[in-house]
Write a protein that binds this ligand. Structure first.
Ligand code: AHR
Length: 524
């Protein structure tokens, strides 16, 4: 009787236990049908004067005991250099529309307030020169957002002249006197930020009249940016998918279609956070599979949002001259208990790594239109790459995703087809596997594959049309739990590890761990 019971129990356990056998998935990459270039600018970063994003995250001051170069922390610079940050958007965000650049240049800095973010004092010790020095140290380009909400076209025009004029104007001489005789390069110019909300609550028509004025008068005088490498002007774009947002895109794009010689724009921004519902209430750590699957479902809405606004843009700009620049995106969760809610402090888990990969893949699939994106935000705020606390620094799972994706910067998109079925949890159903492929400038093939399923491994067999593979190597990012994080005490919980990928009979074979992001390179 006892042995019968044991046998019965074992059978029940076998039926109810999660099925851990790997799912076999066939995937094919067609190298003979190259798509658009995956613009390196989709890997852009955003840093705002908000909480400890700039102060403590980047700037500690030259007198700090924390090792620094001219006040900028060396550990952070070293980490950011390794992910080849293409551009950094600054100084905001909402902060940008209350920022007055003159208060943060020269030996005397004004102390102001930061009413958007905790009402704290703003020392203005990190200004134009410190930002440019930081960019120089990490090897990134400047994406400067000018103040349209509470500034004037004259203030913004003078800032650009101060930064970019080579001729000996009074402003250029002032820049030289402040330590930088050579003109700075400003690659991207944001004409306001969320002008429909914190940037001034403007109607689309009102914004368009402002945009034209700023586009006309806020000039870049850097001689190196007159023909090639011209500064790209990015207009404020939508922040959602309802009629309010489609109207906004229609109005800006219609104006662009009718633009005259005297003004121009090159991009339309879009903001879309993965939040679930406002105010943000999902925990950034200490959650389970339900919250994991729900957040990933929300994040995949990015694809529909891009398609919707791209379709409007196509009507007015069929040649896709205007880039869609998703210059604020990422997970936005409840503030960490005990933190200042105005500082937007959250943890960064394996779920964020997967969220980042899914969004980067969406941007890559829309590479013909999405030619820029800036994750919010780079350090200590929202979905950060880096978390610091005084002299301590830890790299987040999201940081490692950006590092793993470096080979995709400026690579050529290649179409991938696969059908891996669905991962379901409760009422959430998600594609089990997501993947993109690209060819870099040296002809090397790169494949990214995300296994969203937190319970089941996947065995991939990839056929590669137009490629004769010789060998393959890869890295994978996973961790024990969906909410695993890196901490100052345990910084290596979520770090990439080598994964073995085999080339057999012209096909590529590899096994993906559950809840993992994997990058494979194929030599041919
Ligand atoms: O990234 C935080 C804030 O989110 C930005 O300041 C604003 O543009 C957006 O609403």
């Amino acid at each position: 009787m006892r042995s019968l019971l044991v046998g019965f129990t074992l059978i029940v356990m076998a039926i109810t236990a999660p099925i851990m056998a790997a799912q076999k998935v066939e995937l094919s990459i067609d190298a003979s049908k190259p798509g658009a270039k995956i613009d390196r600018n989709i890997f852009g970063q955003f840093t705002e004067h908000l909480g400890h994003g700039v102060y403590e995250g980047i700037w500690v001051g030259p007198d700090s005991k924390i090792p620094n170069t001219r006040g900028i922390r060396n550990d952070v610079v070293g980490a950011l250099k390794a992910i080849k940050v293409p551009n950094v958007r600054w100084p905001g965000g909402c902060f940008a529309d209350e920022y007055h650049w003159r208060k943060s240049i020269g030996p005397q800095r004004s102390v102001t307030l930061n009413p958007n973010w905790g009402g704290v004092t703003e020392a203005n010790t990190f200004g134009t020169h410190e930002f440019m020095d930081f960019l120089d140290q990490i090897g990134a380009e400047a994406y400067v957002s000018v103040n349209v909400g509470s500034g004037t076209p004259q203030e913004a025009a003078e800032w650009l002249e101060y930064m970019t004029a080579a001729a000996p104007t009074t402003l250029a001489k002032e820049r030289a006197a402040n330590g930088h005789p050579a003109p700075y390069k400003v690659a991207l110019l944001g004409i306001g930020n969320e002008s429909w909300d914190c940037g001034g609550n403007m109607t689309p028509d009102y914004y368009v009249s402002q945009m034209k004025i700023y586009s006309r008068f806020v000039r870049n005088f850097n001689p190196a940016q007159q023909d090639k490498q011209q500064m790209l002007k990015i207009a404020v774009g939508p922040g959602g998918d309802g009629p309010r947002w489609t109207d906004w895109t229609e109005t800006v794009m219609k104006a662009y279609q009718q633009h005259t010689w005297s003004w121009d724009i090159n991009g339309l921004s879009m903001h879309n956070y993965t939040v679930g519902h406002w105010p943000p209430s999902y925990a950034s750590v200490g959650f389970g599979e339900t919250e994991y699957s729900q957040i990933l479902k929300f994040t995949l809405e990015m694809d529909g949002l891009i398609s919707k606004h791209s379709a409007i843009m196509d009507k007015y700009d069929p040649d896709k001259k205007i880039a869609l620049v998703v210059d604020e995106w990422g997970g936005w969760y409840a503030p960490l208990p005990g933190s200042n809610p105005g500082f937007l402090v959250q943890q960064n888990s394996l779920r964020d790594a997967i969220l980042a990969a899914l969004n980067l893949n969406i941007f890559a699939r829309h590479a013909d239109r999405v030619r820029g994106a800036n994750i919010a935000q780079m350090i200590n705020v929202l979905q950060a790459m880096i978390i610091t606390d005084k002299e301590k620094m830890v790299l987040t799972p999201t940081y490692y995703v950006f590092k793993m994706y470096v080979p995709f910067q400026d690579a050529t998109f290649l179409p991938v087809t696969l059908d891996a079925g669905w991962y379901t949890h409760g009422d959430v159903a998600l594609p089990r596997v997501d993947a993109i492929a690209a060819k870099d400038a040296n002809g090397k093939l790169w494949l990214e594959i995300t296994n969203l399923d937190p319970n089941q491994p996947v065995e991939i067999e990839a056929s590669l049309a137009g490629i004769a593979p010789k060998s393959a190597a890869g890295e994978t990012l996973t961790a024990p739990k969906v909410d695993s994080v890196n901490t100052f005490d345990a910084p290596n919980t979520v770090v990439p590890k080598a994964v073995s990928a085999k080339v057999q009979g012209g096909k590529l074979a590899l096994k993906l761990e559950p809840k993992s992001v994997t990058i494979v390179s194929v030599e041919q």
